[in-house]
Each structure stands twice: as C-alpha cells, then as structure tokens.
Design a protein around this ligand. Structure first.
Ligand code: SF4
Ligand code: SF4
Ligand code: SF4
Length: 394
C-alpha cells in the first residue's frame, strides 16, 4: 500500500516492520507497532493496554508513556476479562488533558461510548485500536479447562490461543486443541456474556484488527485491519510512511473468509441469546428469578462500580438504601432503571459479583427487549438512550 493515502473502509493485512515486535505480537505485531508508533510520533501522550499478569491466564491493565515499554502489551491474553472503559473516568481525568491510544476489544469500545455519553471520556482524545474478539474466559475457568479437559497441569502451559473456532494450547513442547462449541456444550468455555456478544469486530473504533481473514500460511504473521475512521487511516498512513508498519491490500478471498467467520460467530451468539433468554421470556418468570437470585445480594456495590453504562459514582445507591442487607428489590430495580437500554453485556457485574448473581444476564435480557422496542443500540455511537439516565440524579 505504502504511497497512497488510506481511507475509511479500507481492508488490509498488516504487520510490524520491527523483528522483535513481530515475534512478540499475536499476529505479526501490527497493533503493537501502531501503538508504539502513535506514542513515539507524539500522536498520543500515552498508551492504555493490557499485559500478562501473574501467569498466562491473568491480564493486567497498563498505562505507558515510554514507547520502548509498549512491547509489554504484545500478544493476547485469552483469560483476560478486564474492562478498560471506566479507567478513563476513574484514573485518567476523563482523557481531558491527555491523548491516549488504547487497544480495546468490542465491549471496551462500547463501554467507552457509554462513558462518553455520561461525560466520563473525551472521545476526541482517545485513539481506539479495536481488537476483534471471539470471547474471553475467566482465569479460573482457563485453569479448569487445562486440568479437567486437556488433563494438563495449568502451570506447564506456555501458550494458549483461539483459532478457527478451536482453543489451542502448547505445553511441555506438545500441543492440544478442542473445538469451542464442544467445550461449551460440556459446560466449559467463554463467559456467558461473551457467548451472547455480537460486537466481534468493533467497527466503532478507529481501526478493527484481528486474525479472521488471514490466510493459513500467514496466520500468526499478519493482522487483518479494517479502517473505520479517518483518524485510523491517518495512523496507518503515518506508521507505514515512517517504516514502522507494513501493509498489503486484502484480497477478495481474505475478505470473504473473514465475512464467513464473522457470520458464523454472530449466528452462534444468536443461538446462545435464544438459549439464555428463554427461561426469562415471561415477565412473571423473569421477575421471580430476579427476586430469588438477588436475595443473596450483600450490597457490596461492585455491580454499580464496574458498570460502564453507569455514572462514575455509587452515591445514589448508597443514599437510597442505607443499612439493609440484603437490600430490597428496589436496589436492583434502581440499577435497572439507570442502565436499562444502555447495557452493553460486558459481563463485569456478573463476573465480579461475590454472590454469583447473574446480573449481566438479567440486564442484557432487559436491554434486548428495549432494543427491540426503541431501536436504540447501546455502545455503537454517541446517540443518547431512550430510557436510561445519563446524568447522575441530584
Ligand atoms: Fe469479547 Fe464481546 Fe466478550 Fe467483550 S463481551 S470480551 S468483546 S466477546
Ligand atoms: Fe449485590 Fe452482587 Fe451487586 Fe454486590 S455485586 S451489590 S452482591 S448484586
Ligand atoms: Fe456490563 Fe452489567 Fe453494566 Fe450491562 S449492566 S453494561 S453487563 S456491568
């Protein structure tokens, strides 16, 4: 591609020019190379990403200001279930005075939009490098899969990855893999919200990057990139011209293969939505299940703290229901009324609930109904919700 200007809608294969980044990166290091370039070139002041934590199943957020440290974010962490959306408001002064390039999966990007509507992120200052995502698995589940399904000591696993609908592992110099549908039918696998997720290619970011559409012989060596905004196009242009990134126009067979993969994943998500929502389809059953499940609530406020479709404070919840554990149903209904049609099904309120209450499932079921009724799609752009409250009640 090299000389010509890129523009929104371009589809290409890309990889890092730097040998080390190419080696460390998941798919030729294109994302790492772009993040590094954006920082080194002064397009941004910092990079927000995720790096491996205590082990290969653990993900940690990291904010980087030294270009040489960006390589720490290279490679994917499939056990990483972090959501970065609220970091902007909580720790980065809503990106008001700092330009940030962030590597974000679909739910992160959707959450960033919902936070922007609540004035917790200044979108003008966030360069979003979207990562295609087939789903995340909790670190605890990853360990169970290693020991119970693969019958391998989790500590001996040096690499895991998802490719063509299979989970692959490398351990003690050997490899194993299993089909993800087979794994999930056996009760293992991705978080339930991820199974229902339909933002697999985050086109509302500036770039959408992933491995779908990359030909067999190039897997691991190149990233398929869709340019989703002029800002994304500018980054590709500048990084290519500076010699940090190598790009090649995607051919028709790559584009077709990627589309097929996306369609298959969306069909699978529809299947999971139908399966998960069925027991909640009558309003009486839904309410009964919610009452039963939420009766375990210890009012820790985690579901409020983590939700990207809520404001950056727990104040209305603390002041409305003081001193009662478990709280009345109204505690949960208040959250539903604040989130309602804005839930992006990121799963945080469920995964982090200490009482294992399926909060995301309930909220997503409500959101899906409201989406049908009002036609509002949470997390897609800056349009305001029809039902949810975007400003903190005084
Ligand atoms: Fe990926 Fe969607 Fe799950 Fe987020 S909710 S981790 S984008 S599958
Ligand atoms: Fe209750 Fe769970 Fe929310 Fe904590 S995270 S307030 S226990 S529903
Ligand atoms: Fe995510 Fe739960 Fe908030 Fe929905 S309600 S956006 S699943 S934290």
């Amino acid at each position: 591609m090299g000389d010509g200007m890129n523009s929104k809608g371009d589809l290409m294969l890309a990889w890092a020019a730097d040998d080390l980044i190419r080696e460390e990166g998941e798919s030729g290091g294109a994302v790492t190379a772009m993040l590094r370039f954006a920082l080194a070139d002064g397009m941004v002041d910092a990079v927000l990403g995720v790096k491996k934590g205590a082990d290969i199943f653990d993900a940690r957020p990291i904010l980087i200001t030294d270009p040489d440290e960006v390589i720490e974010t290279a490679g994917a962490v499939y056990g990483g279930t972090l959501l970065l959306s609220k970091f902007f408001g909580k720790y980065l002064n809503a990106a008001k005075d700092l330009k940030i390039a962030a590597a974000l999966k679909g739910c992160d990007v959707m959450g960033v939009y919902e936070q922007a509507k609540r004035k917790q992120v200044n979108l003008d200052n966030v360069l979003m490098i979207g990562l295609n995502c087939g789903g995340a698995t909790t670190p605890a589940m990853m360990r169970r899969i290693m020991s119970e399904v693969f019958e391998v000591d989790p500590e001996s696993v040096i690499k895991e990855g998802m490719y063509k609908g299979h989970l692959h592992i490398t351990y003690d110099g050997q490899r194993k893999d299993i089909s993800i549908p087979k794994l999930e039918d056996a009760g293992y696998g991705r978080r339930s919200n991820c199974r229902r997720c339909k933002i697999k290619i985050p086109r509302q970011a500036d770039l959408a990057c992933g491995q779908w559409g990359v030909k067999e012989e190039m897997v691991g060596k190149a990233t398929f990139v869709e340019v989703c905004s002029q800002r994304g196009a500018l980054l590709i242009d500048r990084a290519s011209k500076a010699g940090a990134l190598i790009t090649k126009v995607a051919d028709a067979s790559c584009i077709k293969a990627r589309k097929r993969r996306e369609e298959a994943t969306l069909a699978l998500a529809d299947k999971w939505r139908a399966r998960d929502f069925l027991p909640l389809s009558s309003s009486k059953e839904r309410l009964k299940t919610i009452i039963e499940e939420t009766s375990r609530c210890i009012k820790c406020y985690t579901c409020v703290e983590v939700c990207p479709a809520l404001f950056n404070t727990t104040k209305p919840y603390i002041t409305a229901f003081p001193g009662k554990v478990p709280p009345e149903l109204g505690f949960h209904l208040l959250r539903y009324s604040h989130v309602a049609d804005s839930c992006i099904d990121c799963g945080q309120c469920e995964e982090l609930c200490p009482m294992d209450i399926p909060n995301a499932l309930f909220m997503h079921a409500i959101e899906a109904d409201l989406e049908e009724l009002y036609g509002y799609h949470a997390g897609e752009d800056m349009s305001l919700p029809a039902v949810s409250i975007t400003e903190e009640p005084r």
